[in-house]
Design a binder for this molecule. Structure first.
Ligand SMILES: NC(=O)c1ccc[n+]([C@@H]2O[C@H](COP(=O)([O-])OP(=O)(O)OC[C@H]3O[C@@H](n4cnc5c(N)ncnc54)[C@H](OP(=O)(O)O)[C@@H]3O)[C@@H](O)[C@H]2O)c1
Length: 287
C-alpha cells in the first residue's frame, strides 16, 4: 500500500488514448500520482492501465459519461488534485467552406466538453483546493488561415480560463493554461484526414480560391511531425502545470510557441499577417 502524498489524491486526464494525454497520464503515474485516464474505447484503456493509471470511459461530449466520472470520484473519496482538460480535435478549413455542423463539432469537443467536465468536477476541486489545467494551443493566441474553428475554440477556452482563474483564486482552486506549438502526436494525421475530406467537398470556385492555401497548410502541419516536440517531453510541462505548488498562469511548449505567442502580443496585425503569409508562400503548389 503506497502512502506518499502523491498517491493519496487523484488526477484526471481527458483524451488519454494517444498523444499528449497518454504521455501525461504516464508521466504523472511515474511521478507517483494516481491518474484517472479518460478514453473512449476499452482497448485504449487496456493499453494504459497500470498500478497508478485507471482508465475511465469518457467522451467529453457525453453528459452521462461526465456524470459517471463525477460519481466515481465522489465514491473514491480521495481528494481530486487536478483536472487536465486535454482532449481535442482539429477541424481545419476556410471559414467559407466549413459546414456549420463541423463548426459545432469542433466547439463541442474543444470548448463545451471542457466546460462541462470542469463544472462537474468543480465541487471536488473546491473541496481539495485543486487545479484545472486547460490545454489550449499556440492556436489559442494566433489564428492561422484555415484554423478559424480550431483557433476560435482555443481562443474561447483561453478567455474562459482567465475568467475561471479569477473566479476561483479566492477559493483556493488554481487554473493553468498550456499552449503547445507543434508536438508530434496523432493530431496532425487525424486533422489532415479531416482537412482533406473538407477540401474534397469544396466547389470548383472555392478550390480556385483556397486550394493552394489548403495545400500549403497541410504541408506546414506535416512539417510538425518532423520538427515538433516529442509528446513525452511535452508531458513533463503539462505534469508541472498540474502539480507545481505555485503554477504559472500560462505554459508554452516548444520554441515556436514561446516565440509566436510573444510576437502575436507585440506585432501589429498587418505585420503578423505578412509573417504568416511568407511562412506559407513556399509551401503553395506550383501554378
Ligand atoms: N499536437 C499538437 O501539435 C498540438 C498543438 C497545440 C495544442 N494541442 C492540443 O493538445 C491536446 C491533445 O492533442 P494531441 O496533440 O495529443 O492529439 P491526439 O493524439 O489526437 O489526442 C487527442 C485526444 O483527444 C481525444 N478525444 C477526441 N475527441 C474526444 C471526445 N469527444 N471526448 C474525449 N476525448 C476525445 C482523443 O481520443 P480518441 O483516440 O478516442 O479519438 C485523443 O485521446 C488537444 O487539446 C490539442 O488541441 C496539440
Amino acid at each position: 500500500m503506497t502512502t506518499s502524498p502523491e498517491s493519496r489524491s487523484l488526477i484526471v486526464v481527458t483524451g488519454a488514448s494517444t498523444g499528449m494525454g497518454a504521455a501525461t497520464a504516464r508521466e504523472l503515474a511515474a511521478r507517483g500520482h494516481h491518474v484517472l485516464a479518460g478514453v473512449r474505447r476499452e482497448a485504449d484503456g487496456a493499453e494504459l492501465a497500470s498500478d497508478r493509471i485507471r482508465p475511465v470511459i469518457l467522451d467529453i461530449t457525453s453528459s452521462d459519461q461526465i456524470a459517471d466520472l463525477a460519481s466515481l470520484i465522489e465514491a473514491d473519496g480521495r481528494p481530486l488534485r487536478a483536472l487536465v482538460n486535454n482532449a481535442g480535435i482539429a477541424v481545419n478549413a476556410p471559414v467559407e467552406v466549413l459546414p456549420i455542423a463541423e463548426w459545432r463539432r469542433q466547439f463541442d469537443v474543444n470548448f463545451f466538453g471542457h466546460i462541462e467536465v470542469t463544472q462537474a468536477l468543480l465541487p471536488a476541486l473546491l473541496r481539495s483546493r485543486g487545479r484545472v489545467v486547460m490545454m489550449s494551443s499556440l492556436g489559442g493566441r494566433l489564428a492561422q488561415p484555415t484554423y478559424g474553428a480550431y483557433s476560435g475554440s482555443k481562443f474561447a477556452l483561453e478567455a474562459v480560463s482567465d475568467s475561471l482563474r479569477r473566479e476561483l483564486a479566492p477559493h483556493g482552486v488554481t487554473v493553468a493554461i498550456v499552449e503547445p506549438g507543434a508536438v508530434r502526436t496523432e493530431m496532425v494525421g487525424r486533422g489532415g484526414v479531416t482537412a482533406r475530406r473538407l477540401s474534397a467537398g469544396m466547389t470548383p470556385e472555392q478550390d480556385r480560391r483556397y486550394g493552394g492555401l489548403m495545400h500549403a497548410i497541410l504541408a506546414q502541419s506535416e512539417g510538425f511531425l518532423r520538427d515538433g516536440v516529442d509528446a513525452s517531453a511535452a508531458a513533463k510541462t503539462i505534469a508541472d502545470a498540474a502539480t507545481s505548488r505555485r503554477p504559472k498562469t500560462r505554459y508554452t511548449i516548444g520554441r515556436d510557441a514561446a516565440l509566436l505567442t510573444r510576437l502575436a502580443r507585440i506585432l501589429p496585425d498587418r505585420t503578423l499577417d505578412r509573417v504568416l503569409a511568407s511562412a506559407l508562400r513556399p509551401l503553395h503548389p506550383e501554378r
